[in-house]
Design a protein around this ligand. Structure first.
Ligand code: FES
Length: 583
């Protein structure tokens, strides 16, 4: 019978396209017959179904304005796929926005990565386009795609436009924090906070400064996972739509060439991404996410080596919060090509990208640079070392980090008295009380906001300046926690203290009145309390690790790793080690 052949899964078309991953009915031919029957219910022809299939992970959501352009992007990706002879198939996955996820978006990043991995694996597709933008979405998609192993290409939603408040240019979210700080200090009235609230987010798209979203966009391009120039176009521009079309077309080519994600996510690619993270003054969250993505490829992040890399990688990108510009300015300055050209001597130019060409070949194709003011030269950096420094000491045996490029130089060598908050509730209750015993020379310590403690390692590490100090004009104070902070935040803030307090890390045993020494020059964070005294405290007050009876929270608490392993679930990391990065 002539019409039987199209339903044989091992016919000349092999196991590509709609023939991939057939549902288990115990009869492969029937599985394909049934699949085709159902999809034909949506009006598809056999000619369409014989094309290479490109899945498009749709993370549009009414709860995610950072992805508000997803419908336009999907339309453009589909156009690109069809122009290149493929069949586009959009499918939904979890979408996570920073301000609409309780207790914190980080709690859901791994769930989104599992969703992405399993839907990419379960559904028939030869390549996948990952549409992400808001902070946790790009890492979640790269983690999931890395584990799924298909040809994969990242499409960034793009940054929002900046707004204008009473003649001043503003953008989320560095300016959100700045204006809120002014309000807390009594410098502006409630009426002005309402006015500026209308201007901080001037369009759909991701935060307009070098926050986590912009950081991950730059990292994705540095990893070779986006089209060249894919990191910087703002969400509402024609450039962004053109990148989307190119992304769709390239996904078809990747499917034809068998350019799987493991050929792109190599140790060299991760080292390039780490260089870029340091050179852009990127979000501290970038380390956690890169560590998690690398972990899916069997690569462990060597924090000491990363710190050494930071010592000869200056911050070149003049964007808030480390500098003064916004993402749209970076785009006008040539975007990542301008930055990578400057960083060229420090990069692995032979690293493969999703185009099938190396990073070096793409830089050649990008042509010469031009005069601009957003990316500095190596000879004239905005900060002489990488944006992030790794600290160690008896308070953080597994490491801690500080964004030195956004810290107060006067506080980076500092010893002070600890003022301890046991958890977020304690902080909220006491931080603004007039009788809080605190001075600008003290060190604020917040416990129990690590991966298990909060849970989900929320961005509460940006501990607010106590109101009475803020009103006295204090703009910065040393702060320490086992949590994270937004990439849009700034200050002398030590984060990711590992191991976290909730599992009995030394941070759990700090008491108000203890002395703490921070020396960024020596990469040290020290609790000036003897080991014997700490052991006595641990014995007197043993830590009970958080647990849950059921559900995702139970899975989370039982399997989440510490910051030095990317806060991924242990069972999602690659089973075999492939070495360390940077090497
Ligand atoms: Fe989505 Fe900032 S809240 S990128």
């Amino acid at each position: 019978m002539a019409d039987k052949t199209p339903f044989e899964p091992d016919d000349s078309a092999g196991t590509s396209g709609m023939r991939r991953g057939l549902t288990s009915y115990g009869d492969q031919g029937f599985s394909l017959f049934l699949r085709k029957a159902f999809i034909k219910g949506a009006g598809f022809t056999d000619a369409a179904l014989d094309r290479p299939v490109v899945g498009i992970a749709d993370t549009g959501s009414a709860y995610n304005p950072c992805h508000g352009n997803a419908p336009q992007l999907i339309e453009a990706v589909k156009r690109g796929v069809m122009l290149a002879g493929g069949l586009p198939m959009a499918f939904p996955t979890i979408s996570v926005h920073e301000s609409f996820a309780a207790p914190t978006s980080m709690y859901l990043r791994n769930l989104m990565s599992m969703d992405t991995e399993e839907m990419v694996r379960a559904q028939p597709m030869d390549a996948v386009v990952l549409i992400g933008g808001c902070d946790k979405t790009v890492p979640a998609q790269l983690m999931g795609a890395a584990s799924a192993g298909l040809p994969s290409i990242q499409l960034i939603t793009g940054s929002m436009l900046t707004g204008s408040h009473r003649g001043e240019r503003v953008g989320a979210c560095t300016d959100c924090r700045r204006y809120w700080g002014k309000y807390r200090a009594g410098e502006i009235e409630a009426e002005e906070t309402a006015d500026v609230n209308n201007q901080l987010v001037a369009s759909v798209g991701t935060c307009s400064v070098m926050g986590t979203a912009s950081t991950m966009a730059c990292i994705a391009e540095a990893l070779g996972m986006t089209m060249p120039g894919g990191a910087s176009p703002p969400a509402v521009t024609a450039d962004r739509i053109r990148i989307a079309e190119q992304t769709g077309a390239q996904a078809v080519q990747m499917a034809r060439d068998g350019l799987t994600i493991d050929k792109v996510l190599t140790p060299a690619a991760f080292e390039n991404a780490m260089r870029v993270l340091l050179a852009i003054g990127g979000s501290t969250n970038g380390i956690v996410h890169l560590t998690a993505i690398a972990g899916r490829m069997g690569l462990e992040t060597d924090l000491a080596a990363l710190d050494r890399m930071g010592r000869d990688t200056p911050v070149l990108l003049d964007l808030k919060p480390s500098g003064q510009h916004y993402m749209e300015d970076f785009h006008h300055a040539g975007g990542m090509a301008t930055l990578l050209r400057e960083l060229k001597p420090l990069l692995h130019l032979d690293a493969m990208t999703v185009t099938g060409r190396t990073l070096g070949e793409e830089l050649e194709r990008a042509g010469p640079g031009f005069r601009q003011h957003v990316v500095r030269s190596m000879a004239d950096p905005i900060y002489p070392q990488g944006g992030i420094a790794v600290l160690r000491g008896n308070l953080a045996p597994g490491g801690a980090i500080i964004k030195q490029s956004a810290a107060d130089p006067k506080l980076m060598e500092h010893e002070g008295r600890a003022v301890v908050f046991e958890n977020i509730e304690d902080l909220v209750t006491r931080i603004d009380r007039d009788d809080l015993d605190v001075t600008p020379q003290d060190v604020l310590v917040l416990k129990n906001i690590g991966p298990k403690g909060a849970p989900g390692m929320p961005e509460a590490g940006y501990i607010p300046i106590p109101r009475k100090l803020a009103r006295a004009g204090v703009k910065d104070i040393v702060r320490i926690s086992d949590g994270r902070m937004s990439g849009t935040a700034f200050g002398t803030i030590v984060l990711h203290v590992t191991p976290e307090s909730a599992i009995g890390g030394p941070l759990a045993y700090v008491r108000s009145g203890d002395r703490i020494r921070l020396s960024v020059a020596n990469r040290e964070i020290a609790l000036l309390v003897s080991d014997e005294e700490l052991a006595r405290r641990a014995e007197a007050m043993p830590v009970v690790e958080p647990s849950a009876e059921r559900g995702y929270l139970k899975l989370f608490l039982q399997t989440v790793t510490q910051a030095d392993q990317g806060v991924d679930f242990d069972f999602l990391r690659a089973p075999k080690s492939a070495g360390k990065v940077p090497r």
